[in-house]
Design a protein around this ligand. Structure first.
Ligand SMILES: C[S@@+](CC[C@H](N)C(=O)[O-])C[C@H]1O[C@@H](n2cnc3c(N)ncnc32)[C@H](O)[C@@H]1O
Length: 271
């Protein structure tokens, strides 16, 4: 089966509106966390700096409106039986959970996952505990006689980390190191997610041939993993400057696990 991978450059709030109702098997979103500061902190002993990205800065009210809008669109386009995964830190994850619970009674939260980063960067100020986790919410849209997919046997047989021995039920705490250098060969993106994280998300809750959509695809990780494992994908990204990184990564993963052929399409969204 040939798979298709479409990258659409445009504002997710507009692009999502062009995607038909009930058409996507899995949404993975790694949205702006609104954690950037105008004047970032740097540490003279290392190259670690805090985030200073324009796309990650909102006023309190704008952030709530933005989150409500894109989440609403994602649930509309999700098929019955489809999965919605969203990542976050304390800056956005409570608000995201609140929006789901308050405005989407049709949606069931299946799990929250704690992603533990054993090699998280140190705290620059020494006035807080060191942030070494991110959080994921796994929620599903059930109805029309359909319930969510969970590839339980795969999770048991293949997920392995210091907190999750192979062959045992996988816990909701995942130990995955920060994105390694050898995954960042295609160029810079400040928040590129590890392949392993997306592998767990996609393989636990989709089957081959399913359609995966990422409204904030960044350096293209979701599409790269979907392509490798024989899923179709749609990635949306507002910043054209990440096009080259995405392109290189998608070309490199030309070889897929199942040796299926695949087609990559780049599009610019026209209102
Ligand atoms: C947290 S990063 C995602 C990183 C991605 N998971 C990866 O592995 O590379 C969020 C991305 O969303 C993009 N973005 C921000 N606002 C957007 C919007 N309204 N529509 C589409 N993309 C947007 C940013 O340019 C950024 O690349």
């Amino acid at each position: 089966m040939e798979t298709e991978h479409k990258i659409i450059f445009g504002d997710a709030l507009k692009v999502l509106k062009s995607i038909p109702d009930n058409s996507i098997d899995l949404v993975f979103a790694d949205p702006p966390y609104n954690m950037s500061k105008k004047n970032g902190l740097a540490w003279k002993y290392s190259k670690h700096v805090t985030m200073q990205e324009d796309w990650d800065m909102f006023s309190k009210d704008d952030f709530f409106k933005f989150n409500k809008e894109w989440i609403n669109e994602c649930f509309r386009i999700l098929k019955h039986g489809g999965s919605f995964w969203v990542s976050g830190s304390f800056h956005n994850i409570y608000q995201t959970g609140f929006i789901i619970q308050q405005f989407h009674p049709e949606i069931k939260i299946n799990n929250s996952i704690v992603w533990f980063k054993p090699n998280a960067q140190p705290n620059i100020t020494c006035r807080f505990f060191t942030e070494s986790t991110e959080h994921l919410i796994w929620a599903t849209k059930n109805g029309d006689g359909k319930k969510w997919k969970f590839n339980y046997q795969w999770t048991k047989d293949f997920i392995e980390d210091p907190l999750n021995p192979k062959g045992k039920q996988t816990r909701n705490v995942w130990s995955i190191p920060l994105t390694p250098k050898n995954e960042k060969w295609a160029g810079d993106h400040p928040t590129q997610k590890p392949f392993e994280l997306l592998k767990r998300v996609i393989l636990s809750s989709t089957n081959e041939g399913d359609i995966v959509l990422d409204p904030f695809v960044g350096s293209g990780t979701t599409s790269v993993v979907a392509k490798y494992y024989g899923r179709n994908s749609i990635g949306i990204e507002i910043n054209k400057k990440y096009q080259e990184v995405i392109k290189k990564r998608l070309q490199k993963s030309q070889k897929t696990l199942s040796d299926e052929s695949s087609k990559v399409i780049f599009e610019e969204f026209k209102d």
